[in-house]
Every structure is written in C-alpha cells, then in structure tokens.
Write a protein that binds this ligand. Structure first.
Ligand code: F3S
Length: 422
C-alpha cells in the first residue's frame, strides 16, 4: 500500500504508539482488501464501549486496558490521544435510565459508564444509537466515512450518497484515531454502480411492505448493488430505514439505488452507469407473502410476552404512532411493550407527551441499546412480536425465542390483547 509521508510517520510511531497501532491495523486490513492507498475521513462511527463480556475475558475492568486490547489489538496499555476524525459511538450495551429493566446490576452499569467516559474524554460523541443519521450525524453526499452497523451503512450509502464500507470495531477505532480508512469497495465510483435490476411489481403501500421487500431481496441478492425499478410512490425515511435494515440482515447489501429517490440514481441508466445489469429480477406480491411467512416461522405460540418496536431505533414519527395507537388503552398484564430510540429522541418524545402516553399504557421507551445487541429480554419471554424484519430475523437466533412479524398497529394490538391475531 502506498502511504503519504504523514501516514508513514504515523505508522513509524511519530505520533505515539496508539496511533502506530491504529495505522498497523489499517495497513494490514487495507492490504488484505487489496487497497492501494488510504483515504482521509472525518466521520467515523464505531462501537468501543466495553462491559462485562469483554472485561471477563481480561479479568480487568480498566477502560484503557479494554480499549487497547479490543480496539487496538495491543496487550500493552496504550496512551490513547483524542480522536482525529469526528467520531461517534453507535449502539451500546446499556440504557442509562432503564438498565435495571435489562436485568443489569448497578456495578455493571457503573462499569459501562466508565467505559463511555473514557471515550467521551477522547472526543467520541456518545450518540449511542444505530441511527446516528436521525440525531445529527447525517454525512454529506460523497463524504468518505468509516461506519460500522449494517443498517446505518446501507442508509448513508444509499439514501444520503455518502461512502462507507461496513467497518469492524478495530478498523473503526483505527480510523477514529488516524482520520484514514482504506480506499477500497464503496469508496470508489465504479463499485457503486448497480449490478442487478429489480423490477418491483408488488404494490409498496406501507412501511410493512418495505420491510418485507428488503427481507426478500437480501435473501435472493446476497451482496449485489440493486437498482429498484417500478417504484412509483415515494418512500419516506422510515420506509427506507426499515428496508435497508432488512436487506442488510437477510443479505449483505450495503448500497441500493431507486431512481428519483436516492441521489446517485436520477434514472435507471445513471444507476447502472450505462452497463447491462448482470441479472434482472421480478418481485411480485407472492414473493412478499412468502418472505413474510419466513419471518413468522419461528413462533410456536400466539401468546405474546414482549413487543419490540424500534429496530433500527425508532424515529419520532414511529414513537408518536405507537402513542396514538395505544389511545388511552392498557397493555396486557402478561405483555411488555418496549420502544427503542436514540436518547435525544426520547427527550423530545417526553416533551411532546408521547412518552407519558406510552408509559400510562404500561409501555416503556428505552434508549442507547437493543435486545439483539445487548442480549436481554423481559424475564420469561418465550414469544415476541415486532414490526422490524431485522429484529424478527436476529432475535430468535440470538436469544432462542419465537417471533411474530407484522405492522406496527398489529404489534401494538398484540401488546394490548396479549395475543397475535389473524
Ligand atoms: Fe439497531 Fe439493534 Fe436493530 S442495533 S438495527 S435496534 S438489531
């Protein structure tokens, strides 16, 4: 890999051992990917808050030791300076307000707090969400970024036209400290052109439809760059958030185009860059029915113990919708309804009265974390319901529970009756 003089200095240790360790990670990783050089980045999102899962391995809760070991691959405790790139922490292990609902001890909560403080002291913004683009980190068109989290990666690549690969914890941490990322994959123009044309013949009327379309396409495309043809209604940001999360969970899609909707595809021809698609696929209503059936295949019971809304983290409009659907009614005693959102949006939901409406019904709004990432559920949960294809895909595998997938209104109804209907 060709390095600039400045990058070579960083690699040689002129800026300290932590920066040198970060450069070693980027050079090794870039060379494995076939990158010929690095590119500057000033927007990095990573996940380097550590808790008991990591400290148990080391037998030490010192945040500096944990960061050195798990973010920079060093057994030495390195002196880590302030980050060079604007950086933020993605979703983490703990809701700072409701950690007790997660079944967490005060000691564990304090350990996570220390790890967060360590990052904040180095300039990492604690957005603590899988949707930084909803709370102030919305990269510019064409901006080179280094983000983790598949749903966020596909959103900023596709909807905003920013450029990132799906980074890992170590490469993101290294990019935070150096302001560099390998110039490879979706940073390059030619990798961003559509490879597959998807003719959507199923009507796309709702967020539910977008979830299911994403889940179906991830399954059949794996890691292609699709362009969707035949979309005549303009999807809103929530539709696109749910679609991207779904297509990146059943498959590895990191970028898609929709003519007249996403910024790199004013036309079908522009999305394809004048090339012939490798394949043209048709998606009809029957494909979506089959995908929805797969998402509902894990539940052995219609008794709902837990309703999860907010994967990826809920927008304000989604929280409002839940508050309005509850409409003064109460959630069944046997059921928990938890809505997950960034903490900044929980604050606004509180101001607007949505939080009070949800809590009066017996629900809760949680922030900074989610059941799949932090591996927690309300005690005794055997069957859950969710309006997110991604959560329906992952939670059964991660937590060994059965799940139902449906629209938000159907999920809220399940919370009120305690049963999945229809
Ligand atoms: Fe976010 Fe957790 Fe879903 S990280 S995308 S709420 S699985």
């Amino acid at each position: 890999m060709r390095l600039t003089a400045q990058e070579q200095k960083m690699l040689d240790g002129a800026e300290g051992e932590a920066i040198a360790a970060a450069m070693r990670i980027l050079v090794q990783y870039g060379e494995i990917l076939g990158a010929e050089r690095l590119v500057e980045t000033d927007n990095v999102c990573g996940a380097t808050v550590f808790g008991p899962r990591h400290s148990r391995v080391l037998g030490d809760t010192d945040p500096a030791r944990l960061f050195s070991r798990f973010a920079l691959d060093s057994d030495e405790v390195l002196e880590v300076p302030a980050v060079k790139a604007h950086s933020c922490q993605l979703i983490g292990p703990r809701d700072p307000e409701h950690w007790d609902l997660q079944g967490m001890t005060a000691e564990t909560s304090a350990e996570i707090e220390r790890s967060q403080r360590y990052l904040a002291d180095r300039g990492v913004n604690l957005l603590s969400t899988c949707t930084p683009y909803q709370v102030g980190n919305d990269p510019r068109f064409g901006e080179h970024c280094a983000w983790m989290e598949s749903s966020a990666v596909v959103y900023i690549n596709s909807v905003l036209g920013a450029r990132t690969n799906t980074e890992g914890r170590e490469s993101a941490a290294a990019s935070m400290l150096t302001g560099r990322t390998p110039y490879v994959g979706l940073h390059r123009d030619e990798e961003r052109l559509a490879t597959h044309r998807v003719v959507v013949e199923a009507p796309m009327h709702s967020t539910y439809d977008w979830n299911v379309l994403g889940y179906h396409l991830g399954d059949v495309l794996d890691d292609a760059v699709p362009v969707l043809d035949g979309i005549d209604l303009t999807p809103d940001p929530v539709d696109l958030k749910q679609f991207g999360a779904a297509i990146a969970s059943s498959g590895d899609v990191e970028l898609y185009h929709i003519p007249r909707v996403t910024p790199e595809a004013r036309t079908l021809e522009e999305a394809l860059g004048g090339r012939t698609p490798r394949e043209t696929l048709r998606v009809g209503p029957e494909d979506l029915v089959a995908a929805a059936a797969r998402l509902n295949a894990t539940a052995a019971s219609d008794e709902i113990d837990f309703v999860m809304i907010g994967c990826p983290h809920a927008s304000l409009s989604q929280i409002r919708e839940v508050a309005e659907l509850l409409d003064g009614r109460r959630i069944a005693d046997s059921t928990n309804l938890w809505v997950f959102t960034p903490s900044a949006l929980r604050t606004v939901a509180e101001r607007n009265g949505y939080r009070a409406a949800i809590e009066r019904a017996g629900g809760r709004i949680l922030s900074d974390t989610c059941p799949a990432i932090a591996q927690f559920l309300p005690p005794g949960t055997r069957t859950f319901a969710t309006d997110s294809a991604k959560q329906a895909h992952y939670l059964p595998a991660i937590m060994g529970v059965g799940g139902h997938f449906g629209s938000t209104s159907r999920c809220v109804e399940a919370a009120i009756t305690g049963r999945w209907s229809g």
